[in-house]
Design a protein around this ligand. Structure first.
Ligand SMILES: Nc1ncnc2c1ncn2[C@@H]1O[C@H](COP(=O)(O)OP(=O)(O)OP(=O)(O)O)[C@@H](O)[C@H]1O
Length: 585
């Protein structure tokens, strides 16, 4: 139960509802337990009438009274049971909601390294299935436990008062039932975990085949993928059937044990009645009702134990993530000013997971309002520089200074608020184009959205769609071309109007003519902003105030376009190559 302590803060938060639930449960059980006692009363009244000790009128009056009591108590008990579920199950839903939010917030705080170490499926499972299992503890497990304890305490007092020996024999089979259900629940859980694994394998496979359907069709491997799916599906079916088999044992086992308990009550009770140890047959009837009333709660003891064990395991998995300290943390609550003066001094950086030293003693600086272009072969460390400026990773050594302050000492949200980042793979959400652009500035007006799109040279394309800016993207919407995606992504950064604009090879999918227009617009929009353009094209870099050429994580060349085309090296080589390509078109 150590792991489940995490939930105590939530129980405290909802203590009023929980307490109300407990009180209602206790009262509901008291009312429900009226039935067996009044059934005995009915027997007694009948026996008295048969012995002739009461008149017909008294008999009728007593009978009616007992029946009315049973109906009334059952109605009140039923009503209170409704409120009991409302109180306790609702609390479990509130806790489920709070816990999901807590996990989601933690996910948001965790660094990119965390996302690399853990698979998306695992993250999803912990926030959905694991939370679901924990909810079973916070709701049903608690509700059934209180229910069982109350029912037992009250019923036992009645039973032992009435006929101690019979009570003793009646409860003998109950622990066996409880143990059997516990074992069964554990087995059910084991098999359903396997079923779950296969279901998620099946859905991952299906999802991947649908996402990659064009590749599958192009290679003509539909038949093979179908066979793979059938095989996976077949195994999944077998696992399901094996689960159903153990589940099918549940009710027969209960029926069997209830039957055994009933027989025991009738046999022992009958013997005691014959011996005169119990006065009325009504006691046997009363005990039979107790047995039937107690069977389900007893079965739930086993079930609840298994729920708690599963919840403990799930909460452990959740706690593992909740306890991770985010690698990138905000170090100050004070606001810090960022205008875009950036300096790298001997910065080195190695990616933890691959151990690749992406940057080695890199030094350069860029002043507020200037444009820096970064050129270099693939894998030379260009994107890494942008990631370090956005503090997606912390540097290993050297210093990264922004506005005369170490990057780590800046207020993290101020820093990121002042950065407009256009990644290499433009990521757009399954939402309207307008909302995708407004992602950069939530309260932007339609006019601002249009202006940003115009500057990114994508306005005309958007206008051509039937729903214009309201066109929905993604799975159920339209698919944009690579170049259109890049430009919507650029519009998103522009609309934010930050002090630092980072463009990571984001014009690679647009033609050179559009590239030139965008660059011209960017020069206007970013006149007072620090801009860093990562590119493989000289055309994107040539107008920058400074160009650095990276080679294998080190700065190989540095200067302006005019400087670099006059020095032998990668830049001049690339320039001449791209020049001849343009000339030959
Ligand atoms: N998230 C990461 N985890 C581990 N290694 C990485 C990661 N990102 C990049 N690397 C490695 O770091 C090196 C530099 O990568 P980076 O993405 O900065 O290069 P790049 O110059 O931007 O390349 P490209 O032009 O292909 O985008 C590469 O060797 C790459 O494999």
């Amino acid at each position: 139960m150590k792991e489940l302590k995490h939930l105590n803060k939530y129980f405290l938060k909802y203590k009023t509802n929980l307490l109300a639930g407990v009180v209602i449960t206790v009262i509901a059980r008291i009312f429900i337990l009226f039935t067996p006692r009044y059934v005995k009363e009915i027997f007694l009244v009948i026996e008295k009438r048969m012995a002739g000790t009461i008149t017909e009128d008294v008999f009728k009056a007593d009978l009616t009274q007992a029946i009315l009591f049973i109906i009334g108590a059952s109605l009140i008990g039923a009503l209170l049971t409704f409120f009991m579920r409302q109180a306790i199950i609702n609390v479990s839903r509130y806790i489920e909601f709070d816990l999901k939010n807590e996990i989601y917030e933690q996910y948001q705080k965790l660094s990119l390294n965390f996302y690399k170490k853990n698979r998306t499926g695992d993250l999803m499972n912990r926030i959905s299935e694991d939370v679901g299992r924990v909810r079973m503890y916070a709701g049903p497990a608690i509700m059934y436990s209180i229910n069982t304890i109350t029912l037992f305490l009250i019923a036992f007092i009645y039973m032992f008062n009435e006929a101690p020996k019979l009570a003793f024999y009646t409860i003998i089979p109950l622990p066996i039932l409880s143990l059997a259900i516990y074992k069964l629940s554990k087995e059910i859980h084991r098999r359903s975990t396997i079923v779950q694994e296969y279901l998620s394998k099946l859905s991952t496979y299906t999802q991947e085949s649908f996402s990659g359907i064009s590749v599958i069709k192009a290679y003509g491997i539909e038949h093979q993928t179908s066979t793979n799916f059938t095989n996976l599906s077949e195994t999944s079916k077998q696992k399901q059937l094996s689960l159903v088999k153990v589940q099918a044992f549940f009710f027969p086992m209960m029926i069997l044990l209830i039957g055994a308990s009933n027989l025991l009550v009738i046999y022992i009770g009958g013997m005691q009645y014959i011996n005169g140890e119990i006065k009325s047959l009504g006691t046997i009837a009363e005990f039979i009702i107790y047995v039937n009333m107690l069977t389900w709660p007893v079965a739930t003891v086993g079930w609840v134990t298994s729920i708690i064990q599963q919840a403990e395991a799930s909460q452990k998995r959740i706690n593992e993530f909740l306890q991770i300290e985010p690698e990138i943390r905000n170090t100050t609550k004070e606001h810090t000013k960022i205008t875009g003066d950036i300096a790298f001094n001997n910065v080195s950086f190695t990616y933890d997971d691959t151990n690749i030293k992406a940057l080695k003693n890199v030094s350069f600086s860029i002043n507020h309002g200037d444009t820096l272009a970064i050129i270099g072969k693939t894998g030379s460390g260009k994107s890494t520089i942008l990631d370090l400026i956005g503090r997606l990773y912390d540097i290993d050594s050297g210093s990264l200074i922004i506005n005369n302050i170490e990057i780590a000492k800046h207020n993290l949200s101020d820093l990121r608020n002042q950065i407009g980042y256009v990644p290499q793979d433009a990521f757009l959400f399954s939402d309207s184009i307008k909302n995708n652009i407004k992602f950069g500035k939530e309260n932007a007006t339609d006019e601002e959205v249009i202006n940003a799109a115009k500057n990114a040279q994508v306005h005309k394309n958007i206008k051509k769609f039937n729903n214009g800016y309201d066109t929905v993207l993604g799975e159920r919407g339209i698919t944009l071309s690579g170049g259109q995606k890049q430009r919507v992504s650029i519009a998103r950064a522009i609309i934010k109007s930050p002090e630092i604009l980072l463009f990571d090879d984001c014009l690679s999918a647009v033609d050179t003519e559009t590239e030139e227009k965008i660059l011209k617009n960017l020069a206007k929009v970013s006149a007072n902003k620090t801009t860093i353009i990562v590119s493989h094209r000289i055309s994107s870099a040539k107008n920058a105030n400074k160009i650095i050429v990276l080679d294998n994580g080190e700065i190989a060349q540095e200067g302006t376009h005019d400087d670099l085309i006059n020095i032998d090296g990668y830049y001049k080589h690339l320039y001449l190559k791209q020049l001849s390509e343009t000339a030959s078109k």
